[in-house]
Design a protein around this ligand. Structure first.
Ligand code: NAD
Ligand code: ZN
Length: 356
C-alpha cells in the first residue's frame, strides 16, 4: 500500500497512514480524562462505526450528535455542545474529537477553544472540502444570521487525521465542492499541480492529489497563520464566490449552491478580472474556464442580481475602507493579493460568466 508521510503543521501533525489507528494511539497516550466525539447524523452513520470499532474497549467517551448542515454552525448548537460537555463532566483535561465535515470542525473547534478557556481538540475530516481546506489552518467559527464565520478564533488542533476511505460515502456534489479548493491551490501557487489536476480523472480525486493539496494549504498557513500576507492567496475565487454562494442561499428556491460550486464561479470571474487588470493571458483564462465549465454545472445569474451581489461583496469581512479587494492571478501558479475592483469591473466579470 501507498505510504504518505505525516505532514507537520504549525505545531501539530497531519496523519495519513492508518490514521484512525493513529487517532486511537493519540487518545491512549494523551492522558485525557475523557473525550467527546462530535458527529452529525451522516458521519454518525458512515464514519463513527469504524472509529468505535478501532477504539475497542476504550470507553471513557461520549458522543455528541448534531443535525447535518450549515444551520448547525450556530450559537444555539454551540450552547447545546457546551451544556452537554458540562453534563458529561468535561474538565480541562478533556479532548474534543471533531468527526465530520467543515461544519463539525469549525463548530467543534470553536466550542472546544472557548470551553473552560480552551480544551484540546483534534479533527477527523470526513469531506473532501474539510480534508483539503477546513481542517488545516486553525480557523474555528460560527455564523450569525447567515453571516458566515463572523464569530471565531484562531486555535490550532492538536492533530489532524486524514482517512481517505471516509470519502467513499460522500455524495458527488460534495466531492465537487472540495475539488474547487484543490483547483484553487494549483492556480494560486503551483502550475505543475494544476496541470496534474487538469490531466486527471477528477470524478474522484486520487489520494496523492489530496495529499498535495493539503501540503499546499499547510505551507501557506504556516508561513502566515493570521492572514496578513500570503494566506490571502487562498481567497482567490472567494470574493465573488462568497457573494454568489450567499445569494443562492438567500434566494431560497431550492437551487442553493455548495461552497465549492460557488467558488468555481468566483474563480472564473476572478480569472477574467485577472486577465483584464493584471495580465493573466487570454490563453490561460480560457484554460481555466474550460476546466471549470467541464466539471461544474452552469448557474443562472441574471443581470438584475448584480446589485445584490455587489452589496454582498461589500459586506465581506476581508474588505477595508469599503473597497472590494480580490486575490487575482498574474499567471497560473502565481497569485497577487489586494487588487481593488470596482463595481463596473465586477459586473463585467459576472457578465462574462453569463456568456459561457
Ligand atoms: P459539511 O460539514 O456540512 O458536510 C457536507 C455534508 O456532507 C453534510 O451533510 C455532512 O453530514 C455530509 N458528510 C460528511 N462526511 C460524510 C461522509 N464521509 N459520507 C457522507 N456524507 C458525509 O460541510 P463541508 O462542505 O465539509 O464544509 C463546509 C464548512 O466548512 C462551511 O461552514 C465553511 O465555512 C467551513 N470551512 C472552514 C474553513 C476553515 O478554514 N476553517 C475552510 C473552508 C470551509
Ligand atoms: Zn473556500
Amino acid at each position: 500500500t501507498l505510504h504518505l508521510d505525516t505532514i507537520n503543521s504549525i505545531d501539530y501533525p497531519i496523519y495519513f497512514d492508518n490514521s484512525i489507528d493513529q487517532l486511537v494511539n493519540f487518545i491512549k497516550t494523551g492522558n485525557y480524562s475523557r473525550f467527546f466525539i462530535l458527529t452529525d447524523e451522516n458521519t454518525a452513520q458512515h464514519c463513527l462505526p469504524l472509529v468505535k470499532e478501532k477504539l475497542g474497549d476504550i470507553d471513557n467517551y461520549d458522543i455528541i450528535e448534531i443535525n447535518a448542515g450549515e444551520e448547525s454552525k450556530d450559537i444555539d448548537f454551540c450552547i447545546g455542545i457546551w451544556k452537554m460537555l458540562i453534563d458529561f463532566g468535561a474538565d480541562r483535561k478533556s479532548l474534543m474529537v471533531n468527526l465530520g465535515g467543515g461544519v463539525i470542525s469549525d463548530l467543534g473547534g470553536f466550542a472546544a477553544s472557548t470551553f473552560k478557556r480552551g480544551i484540546d481538540f483534534v479533527h477527523v475530516p470526513t469531506t473532501l472540502l474539510s480534508q483539503v481546506d477546513a481542517s488545516v489552518g486553525g480557523k474555528t467559527g460560527i455564523d450569525i444570521d447567515s453571516i458566515k464565520n463572523i464569530i471565531g478564533t484562531f486555535t490550532q488542533p492538536k492533530a489532524v487525521f486524514i482517512a481517505y476511505d471516509f470519502l467513499k460515502t460522500l455524495p458527488e456534489r460534495q466531492v465537487l465542492s472540495g475539488l474547487a479548493e484543490m483547483l484553487k491551490h494549483g492556480l494560486i501557487v503551483d502550475a505543475d499541480y494544476w496541470n496534474q489536476l487538469k490531466n486527471s480523472d477528477l470524478t474522484f480525486p486520487a489520494v496523492e492529489l489530496i495529499y498535495h493539496s493539503i501540503e499546499i494549504k499547510n505551507r501557506v498557513v504556516i508561513e502566515d497563520p493570521k492572514e496578513n500576507g500570503i494566506r490571502k492567496s487562498l481567497n482567490f475565487g472567494h470574493t465573488v464566490g462568497h457573494a454568489v454562494e450567499t445569494y443562492s442561499i438567500l434566494k431560497d428556491d431550492g437551487t442553493a449552491l455548495s461552497h465549492g460550486e460557488a467558488i468555481a464561479i468566483g474563480m472564473i470571474c476572478e480569472a477574467w478580472l485577472s486577465h483584464k487588470k493584471i495580465g493573466l493571458s487570454k490563453a490561460e483564462l480560457n484554460e481555466i474556464v474550460d476546466v471549470i465549465t467541464s466539471l461544474y454545472p452552469k448557474y443562472l445569474l441574471e443581470e438584475s442580481a448584480n446589485a445584490e451581489l455587489y452589496a454582498l461583496m461589500q459586506k465581506d469581512k476581508k474588505n477595508q475602507n469599503g473597497k472590494i479587494n480580490c486575490t487575482l492571478l498574474t499567471q497560473i501558479g502565481q497569485y497577487s493579493i489586494d487588487n481593488i475592483c470596482t463595481e463596473a469591473e465586477l459586473s463585467e466579470s459576472l457578465a462574462f460568466y453569463a456568456t459561457l
